[in-house]
Design a protein around this ligand. Structure first.
Ligand SMILES: [Mg+2]
Length: 178
């Protein structure tokens, strides 16, 4: 049932609720000895910072069953989203069509870490064609056509972007929206 009494807050998963970058680095570290604290050049994707020959491996990791199941939540994400749920109609909006196993893994991950989000408020999509009041996302491609308030969640790949209201972590989200 759509609740229109509270504003709609849409929240991305990868690199916003989940530390997906860390998961990739954990596997690159395990398989190729890549340092967990490898320099992340501002504005570049992880694979652009990795040696040639291994930098395409991330797609194979992302396609593996279970990759998206045990990613660590971002610091303060759970507590903050729980608090936001009192004031907003929170929707989780995540692209889950590129990697077919991600859909089930992401659904189970949300059930473990965000059990207070009902299934009605989970939107697994391709393009994020959605209607909401606020969207928190790390990808400009998801924010650019969005019609509400756009909050860019900081990730190394978006550090050179200046056109959006930026949040660096969940404490800052709490400060802005609670
Ligand atoms: Mg994301």
């Amino acid at each position: 049932m759509i609740n229109n009494e509270k504003p709609r807050l849409a929240i991305d998963m990868d690199e916003v609720l989940t530390d997906t970058l860390r998961k990739f680095l954990t596997l690159y570290n395990r398989d190729y000895g890549i340092a967990m604290d490898i320099h992340q050049a501002p504005g570049k994707e992880l694979h652009e910072n990795l040696p040639e020959g291994v930098n395409g491996q991330w797609k194979i990791y992302a396609n593996e069953k279970g990759f998206f199941r045990d990613i660590p939540p971002m610091p303060d994400a759970i507590e903050t989203v729980k608090a936001l749920s009192a004031h907003y109609n929170v929707y989780i909006v995540s692209a889950a069509m590129e990697f077919r196993n991600s859909l089930e893994d992401k659904f189970d991950w949300l059930g473990e870490h965000f059990p207070f989000i009902p299934w009605t408020n989970i939107l697994f999509t391709g393009d994020k064609i959605i209607s909401a009041d606020i969207l928190i996302d790390d990808r400009v491609r998801n924010l650019v056509h969005f019609n509400g308030r756009k909050l860019l969640f900081t990730s190394p790949h978006n550090l050179l972007v200046n056109e959006y209201e930026r949040v660096n972590n969940w404490k800052e989200v709490a400060g802005l929206l609670l």
